[in-house]
Design a protein around this ligand. Structure first.
Ligand SMILES: [Zn+2]
Length: 400
C-alpha cells in the first residue's frame, strides 16, 4: 500500500518559557492530548529551521522544510508574495512586495497603508498601462498590499527599498546595492515607475472620491523586498509525489505555487480544515498544511491567546489520528516566535513524526523541552523531507 504524508506546520508555535504561564511555554501550558498521543506513538526531536541561531522567516523556513535550500533559491520576499497573489511570474523576473500608501506633495509618507484601502483593483488596472523601456510590468493587489513584477533582460534584485518603513519621512529613491550595471538599470527603472505611478494615482478618479469622503488617497506605491524569481525544481519531479498545500497566507501559497504544488485556500474553522486536509489527501500523496494563528498571537504578545490557538490545533489533530495509523504525519513549527519578543527568533523548534513504521522513543509529550530528548535528536529543516521519504520507502539508495 502506498503511504501518504501530511506535513503540518504550526506557524510560530514554538516559544520560550513565559513568566505568566508559570515558566512554561504556551505549548507546555496548553492541554494537547492529541499531539501528546502522536508524540508518544511517534519519534520526536528538535530542529533548527535553517541553521543553529538563524532567525528564519516563514518563507526561508518553509523552503528549507520542503527541501529547497533557501541560501540558493531565496533572494527576497517579493517573488513569493507575487506568486501567492496569483501573479504570473517566471524565473529571472524581479518582484517586489508593495503597499499602496498616502504621501503629501513633498512625498512625505502620511500613511503606509492608505487607510487600509480595500478596493485597489481600479488602481492596479491604471498602473498596468504604465510603459517602461524594454521591460514588461505586472501588478496584482489584495487591498493595500500589492506585488510588482519586472520582466526583461539585464535586471537585478540588488536594489534598495523605496519604502522608508516609517511615516513622517520622505519616500526613498531606489538605489543599486552593488556596482553592477544590472542593479543600476533596475534602480533607475523602479524610480521611473514610481514617479509615473505617483502621477497616475494622483489623477485617479478613485482617489479624488476618497479625498472627497475624507479618506487618505492611495497615491504612492512603496516597494520593498526585491527578489529574483527562482527556478525551483517541481515538487513532483523532485520527490515523485503529487504535492498540495493548504494555507491562508500569500507567502506560503507563493512558495507552494513556485514548487508546482496545488494550492488550496484553507477553511476558517479548525475541524473543517482537518476534513479539508483529508479530502485533499485523497487525490495527492503529500500535503503541506500551514496553520498561521499561533504566530499571530505571538506577534501580538499574547501567551493566553497562543494557548487557545494551540488547543484548537490539538482538536484539529484529533481528526487526523486515524490517518496517522496507515500514513505519516509530521508536526513542527517553522520557527520560534516568543510572545515576549513579538517576532521570530533563532531557537530550535519541536518536531514529531508519527506513522506505522516509526521507531518510537520515550517522549510522551509534544513540547519544546520534551522533544529535546527524542530519537530524532537535533536536525535541520532541510533534513525533514529526506527522513520522511525514507519512512515512505521512496528514497533512492546512496551507493551500492
Ligand atoms: Zn512562520
Amino acid at each position: 500500500m502506498e503511504r501518504k504524508a501530511l506535513l503540518l506546520v504550526c506557524d510560530g508555535l514554538a516559544d520560550r518559557p513565559v513568566r505568566e504561564l508559570g515558566g512554561r511555554t504556551p505549548l507546555e501550558a496548553a492541554s494537547t492530548p492529541n499531539l501528546d498521543a502522536l508524540a508518544q506513538a511517534g519519534i520526536t526531536g528538535i530542529a533548527d529551521p535553517v541553521a543553529p541561531g538563524v532567525r528564519a522567516g516563514s518563507d526561508t523556513s518553509h523552503l528549507a522544510i520542503l527541501g529547497y535550500d533557501p541560501r540558493r533559491v531565496y533572494t527576497g520576499r517579493g517573488p513569493f508574495e507575487a506568486a501567492g497573489m496569483g501573479l504570473r511570474v517566471e524565473p529571472g523576473d524581479v518582484a517586489w512586495r508593495c503597499n499602496f500608501a498616502s504621501v503629501d506633495s513633498n512625498l512625505v509618507v502620511l500613511d503606509r497603508r492608505a487607510g487600509r484601502i480595500a478596493d485597489t483593483l481600479p488602481l492596479v488596472k491604471a498602473l498596468q498601462e504604465i510603459e517602461l523601456p524594454e521591460v514588461e510590468v505586472e501588478l496584482g493587489s489584495l487591498g493595500y498590499r500589492c506585488a510588482l513584477v519586472f520582466r526583461g533582460e539585464g535586471l537585478s534584485h540588488r536594489v534598495s527599498d523605496t519604502d522608508p518603513h516609517a511615516t513622517g519621512v520622505k519616500v526613498k529613491p531606489a538605489e543599486p546595492l552593488d556596482g553592477s550595471r544590472e542593479a543600476m538599470h533596475t534602480a533607475r527603472l523602479l524610480n521611473t515607475f514610481s514617479e509615473k505611478a505617483h502621477r497616475v494615482l494622483e489623477a485617479h478618479e478613485l482617489n479624488r472620491r476618497r479625498q472627497e469622503a475624507g479618506n487618505p488617497p492611495a497615491n504612492y506605491l512603496l516597494a520593498r523586498g526585491a527578489g529574483i524569481v527562482p527556478e525551483l525544481e517541481s515538487f513532483s519531479q523532485r520527490y515523485g509525489m503529487m504535492g498540495a498545500c493548504i494555507a491562508t497566507t500569500a507567502i506560503i501559497k507563493g512558495i507552494a505555487r513556485l514548487a508546482g504544488m496545488e494550492v488550496v485556500e484553507a477553511e476558517r474553522e479548525y475541524i473543517a480544515r482537518a476534513r479539508q486536509a483529508l479530502q485533499v489527501l485523497e487525490r495527492c500523496e503529500f500535503l503541506l498544511m500551514n496553520i498561521k494563528e499561533a504566530d499571530e498571537a505571538a506577534h501580538d504578545h499574547s501567551p493566553e491567546r497562543k494557548v487557545e490557538v494551540i488547543e484548537s490545533i490539538d482538536a484539529m489533530v484529533g481528526e487526523l489520528m486515524q490517518f496517522a495509523e496507515d500514513n505519516y504525519i509530521v508536526v513542527l513549527s517553522d520557527h520560534t516566535t516568543p510572545c515576549s519578543v513579538g517576532d521570530h527568533c533563532g531557537d530550535t523548534v519541536p518536531v514529531l513524526i508519527a506513522g506505522p513504521e516509526v521507531r518510537s522513543d520515550a517522549v510522551a509529550a509534544f513540547s519544546e523541552r520534551a522533544c529535546a530528548s527524542g530519537g530524532l535528536g537535533r536536525i535541520r529543516g532541510m533534513d525533514i523531507m529526506p527522513i520522511l521519504l525514507d519512512l515512505l520507502n521512496r528514497s533512492e539508495k546512496y551507493g551500492a
